[in-house]
Design a binder for this molecule. Sequence first.
Ligand code: NAD
Ligand code: GLY
Length: 349
Amino acid sequence: MTTRITVKASGTYDILLSKGGLSRIGQALKERFKPCTIAILSDDKVFPLYGKTVTQSLEAAGFKTVCHVIPNGEQSKTLDSVTGFINCMVQSQVTRTDMALALGGGVIGDMAGFAAAIYLRGIPYIQVPTTLLAAVDSSVGGKTAVDISAGKNLVGAFHQPALVYLDTDTLSTLDPSVLRDGFAEVIKYGVILDRKLFDTVAKPGTFDLTEVIARCIEIKRDVVEADEFDRGMRGLLNYGHTFGHAIEKLSGFTITHGSAVARGMIIAAQVAAKYGFTDYTGQIAQVVKDYGFETGSPYSAQELYNVILSDKKRSGGDITLVLPKELGQCTLEKMPATRVLELMKEIGL
Ligand code: NAD
Ligand code: GLY
């Protein structure tokens, strides 16, 4: 069975979600797009696992494929790597009537999307997410980016995909730690906008993952449709991320993104309680622990604050925190940076 979720943003596109549908990707594209060349960007972990299934299916459906495979990991998410992919498209004479396709996790998706946004001033692209994080978050919504030495995701563009094609069976080959990192984002969706989802995922291993992913995608769809260009409500998706990013950075990226966000979600819940909201720290921390994440911050309020401030310089003005008001209902609370430092001190960091 294939579930279809449609996003109506600056481009309207479908997210097709199935369990076991990867070998039918060619047919799905044939029903939507004219025959063309598809330039596939993937990494050296994902392509050996799924590259053949995808290319064979696309070619059987009448598409020509060219593949560009890069080393896996965040260190590949650079302008140089994007240039490498663009050069591959140039050599393969990819035109504006052709397409790019991201086969991989968030790193590949962000890069292929960015290359598609700038090559020939923009060509269509398809997301084939293969990590839980990419499935529920990065493949949907059109944020594309690369890292530069000054920071992560500092160069990018909004460019919505033409299709997202997800086979949840591909998640079965993920390293357990990568899968777990994705669950931090799943828990996040529950806390910010859906109490029922929070309750469903509260006990690891007791729910249908494909159904949970579909619900997360629906939430992301709703947020993107309401605020495609991240001027308001889309900020809710940053729940746990202000503190999480600071922890991730201070650890020199030895604490993974998901683990840092998990810690950040608890800190945000503690801060919310000091701010005057009902205290949901216990429930959120319990779920986070049940997924095997560590809790607490190895860094002091002042250390976290310094990093948060250096990020703030880029956004200017006050700091906006995402705070749970209820389980399943977060709000954006704008406050002076010094208030954030005070609140962190008050919770004992
Ligand atoms: P990733 O793409 O680096 O994937 C993690 C690891 O899993 C890699 O080693 C990869 O090779 C491997 N992998 C991927 N799929 C696999 C599979 N099916 N089987 C076995 N191994 C597999 O990391 P990620 O966590 O998917 O994404 C993180 C990136 O996403 C970051 O760069 C972050 O900035 C970005 N991101 C973007 C958005 C957005 O809205 N655009 C949102 C959140 C995160
Ligand atoms: N992952 C955050 C966003 O899409 O806005």
